[in-house]
Design a protein around this ligand. Sequence first.
Ligand SMILES: NC(=O)c1ccc[n+]([C@@H]2O[C@H](COP(=O)([O-])OP(=O)(O)OC[C@H]3O[C@@H](n4cnc5c(N)ncnc54)[C@H](OP(=O)(O)O)[C@@H]3O)[C@@H](O)[C@H]2O)c1
Length: 128
Amino acid sequence: MADQQGRTFVVTGATSGLGLVTARELAAHGGRVLLAVRDAARGEEVASSLRRAYPGAEVEVRRVDLLDLRSIRRAAEEIGEEEAVDVLINNAGISIPDLAWVSPASVGEGHASSGWRCVAPELAVSVR
Ligand SMILES: NC(=O)c1ccc[n+]([C@@H]2O[C@H](COP(=O)([O-])OP(=O)(O)OC[C@H]3O[C@@H](n4cnc5c(N)ncnc54)[C@H](OP(=O)(O)O)[C@@H]3O)[C@@H](O)[C@H]2O)c1
């Protein structure tokens, strides 16, 4: 990976799996990384471990639950007020075999169908 200094990344689902690896590699290469996670305590543990592994790494936690549209809006607005984001990595998600689209009922303030995988990243981008 090339040097990422001067660039700010938001990585959703950075507490485990591919998101954690992505966040780690970006931090290791000088990127400023905002860990967008639903479990802030776990996020802080990850942030601490990355700062220990890569002294000087700029890693911070932002809480967001991608199953909650209000949480997404809040996080997007807060991040947007703080700083410019160069790259949003819409990693968080789960694999659900049935690709149910968002039902009308789920487009309100809460949504529980697997359509969140489509709607949440879209909203996170469009809010900014
Ligand atoms: N691994 C594969 O082989 C594979 C293949 C194809 C596609 N993918 C996709 O790649 C992405 C990452 O996969 P992975 O295997 O690394 O998954 P993973 O280890 O299960 O990690 C998923 C991450 O998403 C977070 N997350 C789940 N629901 C969330 C929510 N409502 N709000 C905020 N964060 C949430 C989890 O947070 P918590 O820790 O709080 O649960 C976790 O950090 C997923 O979108 C998956 O569908 C993976």
